[in-house]
Ligand binder design. Sequence first.
Ligand code: ADP
Ligand code: MG
Length: 587
Amino acid sequence: MESENNPSRSIFKLRDDVMLKIAAGEVIDRPFSVVRELLDNSLDAGSSNITLWLEEGGKTRIRVLDNGCGMSKEDLEICFLPHTTSKIRENEDLYKIYTLGFRGEALSSVSACSRLEITSKLSNNSLPANKLIVQAGRIMELGPYKGNPGTSVDVYNLFFNMPARKKFLKSSSAETNMCKKIFTDLALSYPDVTFRLFLNDNLKVFFPPEDYIQRISSAYPNLLKKELLDILNIEHEDFKVTAVLGRPELSRRDRKLIQVFVNKRRIQEYSLIQAAEYSYTEYLPGGNFPVVFLFIEIKPELVDFNIHPAKKEVKFFNINILHRKIVTEIKSYLNQFNITIQKTYLPVTESFTNFFPDQKITKPDIKNTLKDTLINVSEEYSRPGFRESSKEPIEKNHIIKIHSDNTNPKYIGSLFDVFLICEYRDDLFIIDQHAAHEKIIYNLLKSKEKSLQEMLFPISFDVSNSETERLLEKKKDIEKLGIIINKTGINSFEITAIAVDYIPISESEIIKFLKDLNHPFAELEHRILSIAACRKAVKEGDIIDNQTAVELINAAFALENARCPHGRPIWHVISKEQIYKLLKRTL
Ligand code: ADP
Ligand code: MG
């Protein structure tokens, strides 16, 4: 006799209904998977108007009505059988899929674990509609019925015959939310299609046909202002991207509104989300994320959706080109938000030296100027011209009165030991000394060759298997960035030389950098140079003498984009008019 602990080893071929249930389990795991499959089918059928009804989060009823091409009676008879599809025929077709569906598994999976009712009428002829009822994979009814062109699909009592799965369903409101997410993702991909969503017979969402920007702002009415969104078309021979980009002021504290769609399908592709994020680094301070929607249309033969039954993942044949192109184009779009001083107003360089026309004011005793700091930035770390934060009283001439000729910035003084206050034209500038210096150094480091310094005592560090692989793969890139490493054990390395400019960076920061190399070269360069610039720059609390302050201000005003490498603005401007208004004085 067989006991439970000693099951028979004989092999049986599974019965069809058991196979079907197993297959259904892969495609359909909750109501939202049914919603996705039904909406996909309506969209593949070319519908321009789609309505979704949900009862109890889809647990008792999901209904999708469309005005698409419809199905004939013959199609209805087989549409719910496994592997029946009108979308592909041959092996080669798998490499050129233009539809959302292609596996021919959805209706069969749904029908295996629910009661499925489909009414459909072809839209290209006058034959009557037909209704099909299938329960647990068996036809209960098929015959003529009343109906308009298009298809309506009803799914009742999902998982009625799969108690284990039914038990794991969440509350109706949680299931509703998941369904809404799928609904919104598809509605964003097809802005020209009308969508309606009813929850327990109440109309909750209505999207009329609109453009991408309107659709996105209708989908997130509380989060987005339409006026702050722009559209950017990116063209390449292998792909086309319609990017909807939020202006920098529309930043968020999370990545919720960085969304990527490939051939109409929302995907979670870290490297493209990261491309969007990286493009904005110079415009958004740390911890802020941009609003970026990327609708990518790529030749079907260059992507493979056939790696995940629910098509959440996609394999790209060359993601690097896509990544680079997206970053370059978004960055050039963002150029318009650079903070600059109009070049024509800029004082000429000679004026730096004549900046203290009133000789009664003692020039601060500094040997090196900011200019030297910049020129010798690699040899000198002592930040000439700057003194470390000290308790010393601020110089007598902390507030200097210089008669302004209105073309040069007039330095007024330092505020809270971090802001330089300056009058320029009819504006008051509050300049962040650290951010300004950091950006100036960053630009300089970026433009010059790296000179290396051998380590007297190489820095050893251990990494994981995957980090080892990455380090070996990126060895050339990091050498170009000025860090020479040497493998000393299975998972250990040493740093034998580094660019002199990185000397102020702590060992642990360099090691942290080397453990996180899964980024394109430009981003790695940006990261390491930002750290180096930050460490070298004058800090909050460092007291700057007047002349150095003036030079720093002039250098900051000459920047192409007055934001620090981490995206914070370098200055804030208050106009004369605003100040007069504040004090109720007429101008
Ligand atoms: P797939 O979408 O992968 O082809 P499905 O099981 O989802 O497989 O659907 C099977 C077939 O039924 C589709 O290929 C299509 O021909 C037909 N079909 C399903 N839903 C609709 C619809 N709403 N309108 C028209 N035809 C449909
Ligand atoms: Mg389908």
